[in-house]
Design a protein around this ligand. Structure first.
Ligand code: F6P
Length: 547
């Protein structure tokens, strides 16, 4: 298998880059009034405008050619068909089966997995309707009004971003909380505001061994038993979501209260599975199924749209264009919608835990950059935090801007103001402000000549900063499902092109291992002789402070 950087398609982009890197988007737009029509694509009401990118028709053609030469479409079909593409764990990658609304068979080891997926969906519907309908009550007969999800990483971030984003669709009187950090503050600060008799805990953990989740679950159980005085009542207030049903049983959760998912669902891709139980309890199963429908619609688009109009592929190729040719080290996501404030946190795990890799599928070290640093903030707040750097800094930061055309909270003209900022910022980043324009403005403002010359350099904006604009009608479960699936497939395509395994995460193991050793030292063992002097010094200093 030739190295990525030796592929003809890669080399063609490399030489093309030297021809176009100096072009300014101002000129590209001035030369082509059809740029928006040409460089935009739509799936349902989700429009991707990728015209504000530093590329020509030829650039785009060469990028699409790279997708063909790396057989992205072939790998895509392998994923959907359940091939074991997670090569280091010898597993299929089938989060798409969880939202396979066609219900066509999907085989894992010869077994059609759709019946068991549907069985769990029915279990989730039945359970949620009993809880939300008041038929499932606490041990003393109270309605459940607080749901606390205990999980971390993919067992937290997915349901958390969705519950936050779908607040307008939630049932009044049903509160959902998320505990993830092993820092005792996280659980403590939530337990202060709930009553045990009306609280349901969901212990969400694919492995059911993650240290943070297990500690929080045991602490929550202890709190529950000590405040109610009832061990027996635990059964009415703790359920589990896991692929390790034996460990969940051993924790003391009844089998009928365990919601199963499978090892061919990656943690950061699991919100479509029973990990979505908090979503179902908060929004109801109908909305969760709309969410699955939206993701399925994006799956169909991803499977059928030609590369040139394929939204996840376009986002992936543009990401590679900046990451590997413009040397952009990060990618920002600005959701101009307050309900999406947790989107960057979710995308960080999805993208960085998938593609933060240096070893290829063939076990060699890459000689090119792979996964970008993902970050972001809601708009318009981002404009008052770091947009100075985006506009006049030295670092290229390609960015996605997302906005619904309609707000769930009409308040005067505020949504229009938000929209004007959304449009203005991507235009300003693209156009910049030339010296002549800046000078003209200063002169019109009557700035004295000597002062003007002093100010002028600071008032110039280079522009030519690339952005993708993603606009959709409204933020509802279906659209959110489609958007999250869009990003999943973007990450997948980039991993294929970078020739890495996006579906394992061995990089999280070393820290866990060392934490276990240090925990022994904190419990009183002698620190190993070979500890570095920093760790030893910090341990010594801690011991002077802790008492
Ligand atoms: O961060 C490492 C990781 O394994 C993630 O991939 C996963 O989502 C998270 O920890 C939680 O794992 P589990 O669901 O098994 O508790």
């Amino acid at each position: 298998m030739p190295k990525l950087t030796e592929l003809p398609a890669w080399k063609a982009i490399e030489s093309h880059f030297t021809e176009v890197e100096g072009l300014h988007m101002r000129d590209l737009f001035a030369q082509d009034s059809q740029r928006f029509e040409k460089f935009s694509s739509q799936m349902d009401d989700i429009l991707l405008d990728f015209s504000k990118n530093r590329m020509t028709d030829e650039s785009f053609r060469l990028l699409c050619n790279l997708a063909r030469e790396t057989d992205v479409e072939g790998w895509r079909e392998q994923m959907f068909e359940g091939k074991a593409i997670n090569i280091s764990e010898y597993r299929p990658v089938l989060h798409t089966a969880l939202r396979n609304r066609s219900n066509k068979p999907v085989f894992v080891d010869g077994e059609d997995v759709m019946p068991k997926i549907n069985k769990v969906l029915q279990q989730m519907r039945y359970f949620s309707e009993r809880v939300r309908g008041g038929h499932w009550r606490g041990y003393s007969g109270h309605l459940i009004k607080d749901v606390i999800n205990i999980g971390i990483g993919g067992s937290d971030l997915g349901p958390h971003v969705v519950c936050d984003a779908m607040k307008p669709f939630a049932q009044r009187g049903m509160n959902v909380h998320f505990v993830s950090n092993v820092d005792p503050t996280h659980l403590s600060e939530i337990l202060k505001f709930v009553e045990p008799e009306s609280t349901l805990f969901i212990v969400s953990s694919k492995s059911f061994t993650t240290q943070e989740t297990m500690m929080n679950a045991h602490s929550a159980r202890q709190w529950f038993v000590s405040t109610t005085g009832s061990e027996k009542a635990v059964a009415k207030h703790f359920v589990a979501v896991s692929s390790n049903t034996q460990a969940a049983n051993e924790f003391g959760i009844l089998s009928e209260n365990i919601f199963e998912f499978w090892d061919w669902v990656g943690g950061r891709y699991s919100l479509w599975s029973a990990i979505g139980l908090p979503i179902v309890l908060y929004l109801g199963m109908d909305h969760f199924e709309d969410f699955l429908e939206g993701a399925y619609a994006m799956d169909e688009h991803f499977r059928n749209a030609p590369i040139e109009k394929n939204i996840p592929m376009i986002l992936a190729l543009l990401g590679i264009w900046y990451n590997n040719f413009f040397d952009a080290q990060s990618h920002a996501v600005m959701a101009y919608n307050q309900y999406l404030r947790r989107l960057p946190a979710y995308l960080q795990q999805l993208d960085m835990e998938s593609n933060g890799k240096t070893i290829t599928r063939q076990g060699e070290r890459v000689d090119y950059l792979t996964g970008p640093i993902i970050w972001g903030e809601t708009g318009s707040n981002c404009q008052h935090a770091f947009f100075q750097l985006l506009h006049q800094g030295t670092k290229p930061v390609p960015a996605d801007f997302l906005i619904p055309a309609r707000s769930k909270n009409p308040l005067g003209s505020q949504h229009k103001v938000l929209l004007s900022n959304f449009l203005a910022q991507t235009r300003a980043l693209m156009m910049g402000k030339t010296e002549a324009e800046a000078r003209q403005e200063l002169e019109s403002a009557g700035v004295a000549e000597d002062r003007l010359e002093e100010m002028l350099p600071h008032k110039i904006f280079e522009g030519n900063k690339p952005t993708n604009s993603i606009m959709f009608e409204k933020l509802d479960p279906r659209t959110l499902g489609a958007l999250l699936a869009m990003y999943e497939h973007k990450v997948f395509v980039q991993g294929v092109i970078w020739n890495i395994n996006s579906f394992d995460q061995w990089g999280v193991e070393l820290g866990k291992q060392l934490a276990g050793e240090i925990m022994q030292v904190l419990a009183g063992d002698q620190p190993p002789e070979d500890y570095d002097c920093s760790t030893s010094g910090l341990l010594d200093y801690y011991s002077t402070l802790k008492t």
